[in-house]
Design a protein around this ligand. Sequence first.
Ligand code: GP9
Ligand code: MN
Length: 626
Amino acid sequence: MNRLLPKLKFTLLAVVLLWIKTYVVYKLAFDIKIENNWDELILLFSPVSSLLFFIGLALFQTKHRNRFILGISALLSFVLFGNAIFYGFFNDFVTLPVLFQTNNMADLGTSIRELLTYKTFLMFGDLILLFVLLRSFPNYFSTDPLTKREKTSYFASVITLCVLTVSAAELYKPSLFTRSFDREMVVKNLGLYNYHLYDIVLQSRSSAQRAFASTNSYVEIENYIRARDKHMDESLFGIAKGKNVIVISMESTQNFVIGRKINGKEVTPFLNDFIKESYYFDHFYHQTGQGKTSDAEFIIENSLYPLDRGSVFFTHANNEYMATPELLKDYGYYSAVFHSNDKTFWNRDIMYPALGYDRFFNQTDFTGTQQNSVGWGLKDKDFFEQSIRYLKELPQPFYTKFLTLTNHFPFILESKDRYIDEYNSESDIVNRYFPTVRYTDEAIKYFVQRLKEEGLYNNTMIVIYGDHYGISENHNTAMAQVLGKEEITPFDTLTLQRVPLVIHIPGQRGRTISKVSGQIDVKPTLLHLLGIKTKDHMEFGTDLFVAEQEAMTVLRDGSFITENYAYTKGICYNKNGTIVDRALCAPYAEKAKTELSLSDRLIYGDLLRFDAHNKRKTGTMTTSFQ
Ligand code: GP9
Ligand code: MN
């Protein structure tokens, strides 16, 4: 040992510096929930063994060992830095599938610039220090070779330390490895660097799943789904039969804006009125994961959960699906998507044909100028305006989806497009959010007006949904001010995952429905309204119009909401947000886990290819390539 330590001076210095940096980033950039001192201790020590391991790999080098140490430290810093930026935007950690979504990266430019601050650059300070020390005292940091025994004892200690930390974590949270959809917990207990190793294991496991999948796996899931009571609302069944369908995805729109006034002015005056003549679901949750808008699209049209890692649009675009546009082909429907962004974003040009779409009107179909664009594409009003001419030429009945974009992070809008003033809080993001939501509301009002003028309104069912949250937990202080609360509890955060869902059916007066529900319920609901039975469909949702005692909505991170309880971040609440005994949530927690994992298996194994009802009718979508 006495001989070993002097040889490890630079290694240990690099480890200690990176350890401190990692912990500081944990505390500043990530929002990792700490329940007690033991939790804090685990968080502090969990990265050490992996740092010793990775940086220790340089010990196999003699000549350039210290440079290798610098190199490995830089690489790990990059991982840390990348996660910090990603977290600032998505409130989540990077996974391998996300890294391969490179064609999204260019478009993310504006959002990333927003997140880059001088603090981010300070993150590389320790590397500069190491470099300067190495230059100033080249002889102090020895690169004497380690004997075989010394290497063995170094790595044996690293492994022992690793086993100790992992067992301490597993002892404390026994379900650590089975709840892989909770990345925060894995990072907290295993450390960020080990988390990435774990993610690599998950990736290879999921790739193997398709290869080994068989009809048997399919039948098991089919039995589970068949065993559930699948009700249908008889009174509304077929009420919109043969009608056109327009689905509007409202970018980043959360339900708390509905009916809310900011500086004395309504944020969504049009929707507030439209709701009065529609079915409006005010306890409706988004269930998206890392795939954001694309996950919402996936859930709405497949009634399956999105994946625990990455976006299904990217990872499983070649799978077999039975999505709404494909199913509607049998009933004479023509389907199209309208979105003024690059067609490759979220891999849409590949995924849409798999969902059965006939046409994708994308960026190349619209005329974008500096005046009519903001952020990632056309302003919503110009987008709708330019879409109408295509829409009215489509064969009817049509099933169409419009993806709005103006209300996208970081919520930039010129002052001439603002119908209300910014909010006044410590968060610019929250302040800017309200004028952009208000703008999209105005754009939808304009669209509905145009539909009336074109004679489409009376034979079209209009479905409007919020795709996912717009305001992350990083803005809790400002959100507490908006909601007039002292602080935002995990229960409040859960409630904030509600997004609006409005279904307008010609000739129906509608009403507000407060059943606990989620995006997964949209597909069976729409099909029933169109007069199509879904009894045999492989789906996890239920008709939104059926009153259920046991209604339950599961979010992708394993949180769930029932009519009486809510569960998030390991805490069980009653419906008023009071913490109650965890045992009350336990039976539902089991069910939530089963649902998520069965849905995952269905996707990872591409099991819908074994469905006898599933005749492939996809693959002929047109996009323009100019
Ligand atoms: C981009 C749009 C927004 O095409 O779907 O993507 P998001 O970042 O919200 O997933
Ligand atoms: Mn979105």
